[in-house]
Structures are given as structure tokens and as C-alpha cells.
Design a protein around this ligand. Structure first.
Ligand SMILES: [Zn+2]
Length: 449
């Protein structure tokens, strides 16, 4: 028995927003919730004790990457992922299927590398190409971080030196096609490891076994995530493949783990409807919405409007989305949980989150750029309205100094702020749904100037 249950506790009268409670064998998750991403069993720059101090209820780790390094069998022998990473609260794992996109078509066509799931919105605003990606921190360019992290990664795990050095010096060909590192058949997905160049094969049975070895509490069915550039015929083929793999995932999964099915179908109305009806017909504990969500945020809203009315009251997870405006729009449509690398990734790149009281708005994506010279002598905290450990102790001037001096402590302090900020935002969203003021809160944030 997985010990999993979900209950909707309050519903907004104006929108489809709902507040609920997911119960797992390792603790509860109040929804709506943004699940922090711990790709390799770590929310980058933080320890698991930091997560507990911040009040994090759960995290999401990456099946494919942990399978490669350090290996799911090793993690199982060491007592499972919770023990390995020193985190006793609920863990989600993805299925590994997303890498079919990020290492395959997306990599070849530079979508994952540029890192925006909505190609039409690339570079419209400064920092606009910061990634919203599903649980995959391995395809990013981080100039400051790369000097330390990537060289250590290569030293420890070997291989990839040529590609790694290209990334570290930032001279990669931005628009050049790269090798497609996946081969997909009806049987499963073959991946070429970026670490050592070896080919690995994943199918539903193996994905379920790996997730069982990791011992996560909520697992995802094996799926193929298509690209916004995939055509109708390919998306349809991938969707039916995903449905077959969903049935296999139910058959093979560890019954002590709760399992979510993943809806695919790209940005095609009939496919989304077909996929939704199929996944809903299966005995999953929860429903995840994955895959390409179109070419713009409006397309994403359209996909949700096709999908959500066909769902029942099982918990709904939107994979790989977590920008502030998206969270409001998707909660309003009835999404319960999200996961996204964006808040922690942008922190490491110098973008710190800012509330409307402190000047955050849709126009600046609720961010300030700590690299800016205007913060050189700024004695204010990052966000004067924030009560995180960073804002309680340090100034913008100090954080800017750490960033430009390439001090490692910058990563931790910046990540603490952005994560605390998002946790408090989700808390205020839950509270507003309970109090019947969700749409007022939404307007206060999204209409802030
Ligand atoms: Zn703060």
C-alpha cells in the first residue's frame, strides 16, 4: 500500500482553483504546491537540512540522471534516495521519459539548450530565455557555476571533456544542431549518456524498477515527451506509445509507491482529449499533464482548457511549469502541483525574485538582476518584504559583491531567497483559496505595475 490519498478541501467560487491535501507515507503536501527540483538528489546549492528549515514539504528527483550517476542500485543498497540525500519528506521522481525530448529532438533543434518550452517567447525580455524545464538541470549553461561544477563533475565521473570545455568557455554554437542522443521505438528509449558516451535503454519496466530502487513516494508512468516542433502524425504516434507504456507502468510499478499517469498529445485538441480520456480511465493515483504545451503561454492555457474539464478529482500535476504568472493562471484552471527548476536556476544566474510590494511585476518577471551596477551600494535586502534568512541578514550590495566576486556562498544565499519566496507565494495562494480571495490575490500580483 502506498498510503496515498488526496482530498479537495476548498474550492474557489470564481475560478477553478482548489486547495487540497495530498497524504503520502512520508508526510502531507498541502496544495497548490510548487515542488522544488532536486535533479541529482539535491536542490542545487542547498543541503537537505536547508530544505527542512525552509519548510519544504517534498521534492522531485530525476530518474534518468540518478540511474546513470551514481546508479539506482547503489542508492537502493544505501537505503534508498531519502536516506542517501538525508531527506525524510515525500519525494517525487519523474519517469525518465522527458529526456527523450531534452536529449533527443529538443537537443538536436536547440530547444532544450535555449531552454524555453515556448519558442515564440524566446528573448522577448531580458532573462526571457531562462528555462522552464521539467526536472532536468543537465542541459543548462551557467557561466559562473560551470567553472566549478562542470570541471568537478567531469573529474569525478569522467568523459564529456570536449563538450564540457565548450560549454564552460561559452563558445558553443548557439544555433548549431547537435547530435540527437536518443533513439525511440515502441519498445522504449535508448539514451546516449553525456557523461561517458555509453548507450542506455529505458522502457516502462526498467523505469518502474529504477523508481522502485530510488524508493520515492510518488512516481511517474513512463512516457514520451514530444517537442513543440513535432507534427501531428508524430505526436499521435508518441501519444499511443505513451498509452501502451502507461498500462505497462501500472503493471510493473512497485505497489508501495503512488503512481501518476502522464497525459501527452502535444498542442492538438483531439489528441489531448484522447490522451486525457485514456489516462483518466487507468487506475493511477494522480494525473500529470506533460509534453509540449504549444508555442506560447496562451497555447498552454488552451491545452489546459482542453484537458482539465475531462479530469476527475484525483490530484493534477503540471510538469515543468513554475513561473509566477503561470502558477496563478494554472491554479485558476485547477492545477494542484507543479515542479520547475526555474526559481533555483535563475537564482544561480543572478535573478532574484521580487514581490509586488518591492517592485516586482509581470513586466520584470518579478525579478531583479543582482549583477546590475545599480545595486553596488544598495543597502536594502533583496526584497524588503521577504523574511528569508538571506533577506534578514544581507543587503543587495553584499549579494552583488558575492556574485561578481564568484563567491560560492552566493549560490546558497540566492537559492534560499528564491525558494523561500516561492514557498511563501504558494502558501498565500492556498490561504486565499480558503478565504475566497484567490482572484484578488492573482490580480494584485499580475496587475502590479
Ligand atoms: Zn528573501
Amino acid at each position: 500500500m502506498s498510503g496515498f490519498s488526496f482530498e479537495v478541501l476548498d474550492r474557489d467560487q470564481v475560478s477553478n482553483a482548489r486547495a487540497g491535501l495530498i497524504k503520502t507515507r512520508r508526510g502531507d503536501i498541502q496544495t497548490p504546491y510548487l515542488v522544488p527540483v532536486a535533479t541529482l538528489g539535491s536542490v542545487r546549492a542547498l543541503g537537505s537540512d536547508d530544505l527542512v528549515s525552509l519548510g519544504v514539504s517534498c521534492a522531485l528527483a530525476n530518474t534518468y540522471h540518478l540511474h546513470l550517476k551514481p546508479g539506482d542500485e547503489l542508492i537502493r543498497r544505501l537505503g534508498g534516495l531519502h536516506r542517501f540525500m538525508g531527506f525524510s519528506r515525500p519525494l517525487f521522481t519523474d519517469s525518465g521519459g522527458f529526456q527523450a525530448f531534452s536529449l533527443g529532438f529538443g537537443r538536436e533543434h536547440n530547444i532544450a539548450k535555449i531552454g524555453n518550452i515556448f519558442p515564440q517567447e524566446l528573448n522577448l525580455i531580458p532573462g526571457g530565455n531562462d528555462c522552464q524545464q521539467q526536472g532536468d538541470e543537465q542541459c543548462e549553461e551557467e557561466p559562473l557555476e560551470s567553472e566549478i561544477y562542470r570541471s568537478n563533475y567531469r573529474k569525478s565521473y569522467g568523459g564529456g571533456a570536449k563538450e564540457g570545455s565548450k560549454r564552460a568557455d561559452g563558445k558553443g554554437q548557439k544555433n548549431a544542431r547537435k547530435e540527437n542522443l536518443t533513439k525511440i521505438t515502441d519498445q522504449g528509449i535508448s539514451f546516449k549518456s553525456m557523461a561517458d558516451g555509453a548507450w542506455h535503454f529505458l522502457d516502462a519496466e526498467r523505469s518502474m524498477r529504477i523508481q522502485s530502487n530510488l524508493g520515492s513516494d510518488i512516481i511517474m508512468s513512463f512516457d514520451e515527451c514530444t517537442s513543440p516542433l513535432s507534427d501531428y502524425d508524430y505526436t499521435k504516434k508518441a501519444m499511443y506509445r505513451t498509452h501502451d507504456w502507461a498500462e505497462e507502468s501500472i503493471r510493473y510499478h512497485d505497489k508501495s509507491q503512488a503512481i501518476y499517469g502522464i497525459i501527452q498529445g502535444g498542442w492538438f485538441e483531439d489528441l489531448r482529449r484522447t490522451s486525457t480520456d485514456f489516462i483518466v480511465s487507468q487506475p493511477f493515483d494522480g494525473i500529470a499533464i506533460g509534453g509540449s504545451l504549444g508555442n506560447s503561454k496562451q497555447d498552454m492555457h488552451q491545452v489546459l482548457d482542453w484537458t482539465i474539464p475531462r479530469l476527475d478529482d484525483r490530484p493534477r500535476h503540471l510538469l515543468g511549469i513554475g513561473e509566477i504568472d503561470d502558477i496563478f493562471e494554472c491554479v485558476a484552471r485547477g492545477i494542484d502541483t507543479f515542479d520547475c527548476v526555474s526559481p533555483t536556476r535563475i537564482a544561480r544566474r543572478g535573478s532574484l525574485l521580487l514581490s509586488p510590494q518591492s517592485g516586482g511585476s509581470r513586466q520584470n518577471k518579478f525579478r531583479l538582476n543582482i549583477k546590475s551596477a545599480r545595486f553596488k551600494g544598495d543597502d536594502l535586502p533583496v526584497d524588503p518584504a521577504c523574511s528569508c534568512p538571506t533577506c534578514c541578514t544581507y543587503s543587495r550590495a553584499y549579494l552583488r559583491h558575492l556574485y561578481v566576486s564568484r563567491e560560492l556562498s552566493y549560490f546558497r544565499l540566492a537559492t534560499l531567497h528564491n525558494l523561500h519566496f516561492m514557498l511563501r507565494l504558494m502558501e498565500s495562494i492556498r490561504e486565499s483559496i480558503r478565504c475566497g480571495s484567490f482572484m484578488e490575490l492573482r490580480d494584485r500580483w499580475l496587475k502590479a505595475i
